[in-house]
Ligand binder design. Structure first.
Ligand code: FES
Length: 129
């Protein structure tokens, strides 16, 4: 199953013109390559995920798993939490977990958690039949 991490490259540090998304992509790629993450994560950038008041924003997604959007991520201090969540996310069969189970800062900086579209469709079909 393909896992993806998408990082906003348009977010600006509050009060500055600095866009830390590219730095975060670079740091996270290196950290994941060095750590024993059980799945491969494709890491890419995108211009804006509508969480602009909470720079940087970072999304985790996969075909049959819940999607998460995290905000207020700082490349200088939060890479360890992002790697820990990648390990956790890789092992969750539907990607679903509660805030208390997420590592470190990610307990408090979740902007959205969206169920996997495929699972949501299957659940709706079961209710109808
Ligand atoms: S500019 Fe980063 S979420 Fe909009």
């Amino acid at each position: 199953m393909e896992h993806r991490i998408t990082i906003c490259t348009s977010c600006k540090h509050k009060g500055t013109q600095c866009r830390p998304g590219f730095e975060l992509i670079d740091k996270l790629r290196k950290a994941l390559a060095q750590d024993a993450v059980p799945e491969t994560f494709e890491i890419s950038g995108v211009a804006c995920m509508a969480g602009c008041n909470h720079p940087c924003t970072v999304a985790y997604h996969s075909t049959k798993k819940a999607t998460y959007l995290f905000g207020d991520i700082d490349p200088a201090v939060d890479v360890e939490d992002l790697v820990a969540f990648a390990k956790q996310y890789a092992c969750l069969h539907d990607g679903w977990c509660s805030s208390v189970d997420r590592p470190g800062k990610l307990r408090h900086t979740t902007l959205a958690r969206v169920p996997a579209a495929i699972l949501a469709i299957e659940a709706a079909q079961e209710r109808v039949s």
